[in-house]
Design a protein. Structure first.
Length: 155
């Protein structure tokens, strides 16, 4: 297994690891296919790191992934690099969360903290916090937030 896929973050607690300014996803090889075990392992580490950056409680993290709100052990396994379940819904949710992140990094290229806080801040156009919309409406909520951000980017 390549070193980049097994590297463990040595970033101090509370600090944010460096990310490319373009919003790309280091360590993720889309060409490998999303259903391949190694790709799902990379995806699990990326999406759990993103959810940690967003500073969401475990119950909200689980809900965004379509898991039961008591799925702390599942989140911990994903955080440790266990591959996401080979579930179309889970893989699609992870992809949309990463797409939302990419849009936020493009919209706020010089304010990483705002990009990370945005999902938990009230948004009058969305009628509340984006994370609440995504949780309340499930997959459709993820799509709505992603479309909103794409529209803001002019896509």
């Amino acid at each position: 297994m390549p070193a980049r896929a097994t590297a463990v973050s040595s970033t101090p607690a509370g600090a944010r690891p460096a990310e490319p300014a373009d919003g790309s996803l280091p360590g993720f090889d889309a060409a490998a296919g999303l259903h391949a075990r190694e790709a799902r392992a990379s995806l699990s580490r990326l999406v759990t790191r993103l959810l940690d950056h967003w500073a969401l409680p475990a119950t909200e993290q689980a809900a965004l992934l379509g898991l039961s709100t008591g799925s702390r052990s599942t989140l911990a396994r994903y955080r440790a690099g266990e591959p996401l379940a080979d579930s179309r819904d889970l893989i699609d949710r992870a992809g949309h969360l990463l797409g939302i992140h990419k849009s936020l990094r493009i919209l706020f290229p010089h304010d990483r903290d705002l990009a990370y806080r945005w999902v938990s801040q009230p948004n009058s156009r969305l009628g509340g916090r984006p994370v609440d919309l995504m949780i309340k409406h499930g997959f459709e909520g993820l799509l709505a937030v992603r479309r909103y951000l794409d529209h803001q980017r002019g896509c």
